[in-house]
Write a protein that binds this ligand. Structure first.
Ligand code: ZN
Ligand code: ZN
Length: 255
């Protein structure tokens, strides 16, 4: 069964999705799900991107089974590695995603993150932070949305363009392979032809460097987004010779 291995229910500060709505949507498509609630220690702004792992487990444990796994998406910063590691140890999570959401403590989702900065400069910093974070966060299974910055970057061409950042992207991919971290294929932007075209050389390179698997993740914050663009994603993974996997009890499973 294919799994949507990245989603947020109401335990995430920016989502109101109920587990029941999420599961109904997934079952309607014949796919499984992993809930991956937000943990972003020391996140700037008003929202508290944390939750109580014991309550999360107690609330959802009865739903957990063949088509539902319980995970967490950890926002990676050099200063919060120990706090995040301690958090992850408080529940028997099935899957831990590591993601870069901040650059020098500023939210990539906010326009101020990009003010007065050239794309080349900020994208290099973004990839460097990602490679370093993979190495320091020794408790993650999956690297979330490598193209996160392209969702919000205010440039005419926000794409990652492998040719322009080959050294930096290679460092991210090498770190993932070396640390046994699976690259996520985030499906949110796969309906965009240009995004799909620009992502292809990155995943081809990942395969060349020894990567063998990807997870598929919609990053859904509402039920309508679950499984978004999965047909495109499955075709893409197959074309790249990458197997689609998910995780159970922190172990990789073929879908
Ligand atoms: Zn994320
Ligand atoms: Zn997410």
């Amino acid at each position: 069964m294919i799994f949507d291995s990245h989603s947020h229910t109401k335990f995430s500060a920016d989502s109101d999705m109920t587990a029941e709505d999420a599961l109904a949507a997934a079952r309607g498509q014949g796919i499984g799900m992993v809930f991956t609630e937000h943990l972003d220690v020391d996140f700037p702004g008003e929202l508290d991107f944390s939750f109580d792992p014991e309550t999360y487990w107690a609330t959802y444990e009865s739903l957990r089974g063949d088509d539902l796994r319980l995970g967490v998406e950890v926002g990676m910063q050099a200063s919060t590695v120990d706090a995040s590691r301690a958090f992850v140890s408080r529940a028997p999570f099935d899957l831990v995603i590591g993601s870069v959401h901040l650059l020098s403590g500023v939210d990539i989702y906010e326009r101020e993150c990009f003010e007065g900065r050239e794309k080349e400069d900020i994208y290099r910093a973004y990839f460097r932070a990602m490679a370093e974070s993979i190495a320091s966060h020794d408790f993650i299974d999956v690297l979330g949305h490598i193209d996160y910055i392209a969702r919000t970057a205010p440039y005419k061409n926000p794409e990652l363009s492998y040719g322009a950042f080959a050294d930096e992207i290679d460092a991210v991919l090498r770190a993932a392979v070396a640390h046994d971290v699976v690259l996520e294929l985030n499906t949110r932007r796969l309906g965009n032809r240009r995004a799909l075209k620009e992502l292809a050389p990155i995943y081809t390179r990942y395969r060349e460097l020894g990567g063998t698997c990807v997870t598929l993740g919609s990053d859904a914050h509402d039920a309508q987004a679950i499984g978004a663009n999965f047909a495109i994603a499955e075709e893409f993974a197959q074309a790249m010779d990458l197997r689609i996997v998910t995780f159970c009890e922190r172990k990789c499973e073929f879908c």
